[in-house]
Design a protein around this ligand. Structure first.
Ligand SMILES: Nc1ncnc2c1ncn2[C@@H]1O[C@H](COP(=O)(O)OP(=O)(O)O)[C@@H](O)[C@H]1O
Ligand SMILES: [Mg+2]
Length: 229
């Protein structure tokens, strides 16, 4: 048995809203295997983004453990956490592209942060934009692209540093349903090439495309199913 890529053990997160504690996660136990496509379903406010932020080391749990490739995140120092975050591909609902940069510059920037050389950067950015179907839109800025195209750029950017896994928080939340299907197709293609994918959605139909689905309700896991296709 190989070590799960992500393992959460009784993970809890309580925010303080002024003096009022908000229990966003109330004991999450979860195993994600390498190569899986996990979808996280649940209503607004159920704790999905909180869980994703903990997995991505963007925030720390109040208690419990989170192991990445068997390594306890709480044992990592700030440098190691930065290094870990650099190897996670994040994709958000509102794309978060840099408006004054073209598609290719947005993808290249992710690599320059990781100290990839200039010529390698531009070669790889071109390949990635081809992979996501944007070969002829590389020199367009975000405002000159549709929502679906912007999300493709964001996915290319997330893949730039050969991520250990990808985290997507409602990646289709801001695009029409037909384009959403295309984006899911792309995510499945990326997953088929071996990238572990964890995607938050509140769309049951999209969640069904995944190989593993959990439902979060009120900070707890209500169901956990591996889909045998
Ligand atoms: N930074 C924060 N400070 C205080 N409360 C928060 C914060 N972030 C999220 N929450 C609360 O935690 C709960 C879970 O939020 P979230 O993880 O964003 O849910 P979801 O992504 O499923 O909509 C909600 O009640 C939300 O209001
Ligand atoms: Mg959310």
């Amino acid at each position: 048995m190989s070590v799960p890529i992500i393992e959460a053990k009784d993970l809890k997160k309580t925010y303080l809203l002024g003096k009022v504690p908000v229990e966003a996660l109330r004991g999450i136990n979860l195993n994600v295997k390498r190569g899986e496509f996990l979808s996280i379903l649940g209503p607004s406010g159920s704790g999905k983004s909180t869980l994703l932020n903990l997995i991505g080391a963007l925030d720390k749990p109040s208690s419990g453990k989170l192991l990445i490739d068997g390594v306890d995140e709480s044992t990592l120092d700030d440098n190691q956490l930065t290094e870990l975050r650099g190897r996670i591909g994040f994709v958000f609902q509102f794309f978060n592209l840099i408006p004054r940069y073209t598609a290719i510059q947005n993808v290249e920037l992710a690599m320059s942060i990781a100290n990839v050389g200039k010529s390698e950067r531009s070669k790889r950015a071109k390949e990635l934009l081809e992979t996501v179907g944007l070969k002829d839109r590389m020199n367009h800025k975000p405002a000159e692209l549709s929502g679906g195209q912007q999300q493709r750029v964001a996915i290319a950017r997330a893949l730039a540093n050969e991520p250990r896994f990808m985290l997507l928080d409602e990646p289709t939340g801001n695009i029409d349903s037909r384009t959403a299907q295309e984006i899911i197709g792309l995510i499945k293609k990326v997953n088929g090439e071996g990238v572990t994918v964890i995607m938050v959605t509140h769309d049951q139909n999209l969640a069904r495309e995944a190989s593993h689905t959990i439902e979060v309700f009120d900070g707890m896991i209500k169901s956990d199913e591996v889909n045998h296709a």
